[in-house]
Design a protein around this ligand. Structure first.
Ligand SMILES: [Zn+2]
Length: 342
């Protein structure tokens, strides 16, 4: 084998070698062909791939605007390397951003990022919307609030007025014109027994003409010591219209025989044997009876005479004068209606 053969066999690519014939001193010295390509570095090797990548990349990778606008430039050979560098840089950036699999994933991530940015932006909107809504409707809200306050206040005021319309009541819930002078509990006048459900109001007159309400009350109290008889009444109305409560409501008084358990008794003083009530007594009786009817949900039909239970001549005048009794019941009814209206 000749020397040249050896050279040929050494693996040297003679196509790459050129002889500079114009230079006599270098007749045999090969000169490496100058190429446009850089020396055999990694990018040069991958340069052709770059072009392919560029083509394939264009579809899946939605390279944003800047790349699109550079479209013309990238087709020229001079910018090809720059393009490659750019793509590589972007791909690396996307990889570090956590999009490992594909260019499609990268664009999906971008979209997600955009959505999250929009979400963040829209999160502020409802709050600001609410604020602006409140601001623009502040007057209406104030009016509504005022209306609510007025409504509640008005209701409370009306209730208070209605309470006043029912007349003021004392500590035990009785009308304030009633004097509470309760008897001491004793088996002759105040047994301290609770009543059943109240179903009636029984009207009486005192046994002795000319006796005052106070004297009547004290007489009942005295029975606890004298043991003379068993007698009492829940209320006593005097000839001047005064009202004394001797036995509390809810407790049995000894006045109406077999109806003591489910009735309230009112005893009225009178001046003479005729037994007619004074105007003052009558007025107080109508008032008190109407109040009791309202308290116990009774009509005037539940208002009876002692006579209606035992045929005893009590209250005498209203047994003998049936029309006066009927007038009385009508007055009670009207008093109750007036009370409701006021
Ligand atoms: Zn009687």
């Amino acid at each position: 084998m000749s020397e040249q053969d050896n050279r040929k066999g050494s693996g040297v690519n003679y196509d790459d070698l050129v002889f500079d014939w114009s230079n006599p001193s270098m007749t045999t010295r090969p000169v490496r062909r100058r190429t446009e390509e850089p020396e055999q570095t990694a990018p040069a090797e991958t340069a052709p791939a770059e072009v392919r990548l560029e083509e394939t990349v264009e579809e899946p990778v939605q390279i944003p605007e800047e790349e699109e606008t550079a479209g013309e430039e990238k087709r020229t050979g001079a910018s090809a390397r720059n393009r490659w560098e750019e793509i590589r840089r972007k791909t690396a950036a996307r990889k570090t951003a956590g999009n490992h699999k594909s260019a499609g994933a990268s664009s999906a991530a971008e979209r997600l990022e955009r959505i999250s940015r929009k979400k963040k932006a829209s999160q502020v909107t409802p709050v600001s919307r609410a604020v602006s809504f409140i601001r623009s409707h502040l007057r209406i809200l104030a009016i509504v609030l005022l209306a609510v306050v007025v409504l509640i206040g008005g209701t409370m005021l009306v209730r208070q007025l209605l309470k006043g319309g029912r007349r003021n009541v004392n500590a035990d819930g009785l009308p304030d014109y009633v004097q509470e002078q309760y008897l001491t509990i004793n088996s002759y006048s105040r047994p301290g027994i609770a009543t059943d459900t109240i179903r009636g109001i029984v009207i009486h007159n005192t046994a002795v003409p000319g006796r005052t309400a106070q004297e009547s009350r004290d007489y009942f109290e005295g029975l606890s010591a004298s043991h003379e008889t068993r007698a009492s009444s829940n209320f006593i109305i005097g000839i001047e219209g005064e009202v004394i409560a001797a036995v509390p409501l809810g407790e049995v008084a000894y006045a109406s025989n077999n109806r003591n358990m489910d009735t309230i008794s009112i005893e009225c003083c009178h001046s003479d044997e005729e037994g007619k009530f004074t105007d003052e007594t009558y007025a107080s009786l109508v008032k008190l009876t109407a109040w009791l009817c309202e308290q116990y949900g009774l009509s005037e039909e539940a208002v009876i005479r002692h006579y209606d239970i035992t045929r005893k001549m009590c209250p005498r005048y209203y047994v003998e004068h049936e029309d006066a009794w009927k007038t009385f019941l009508t007055d009670v009814k009207n008093a109750g209606t007036e009370e409701e209206e006021s």
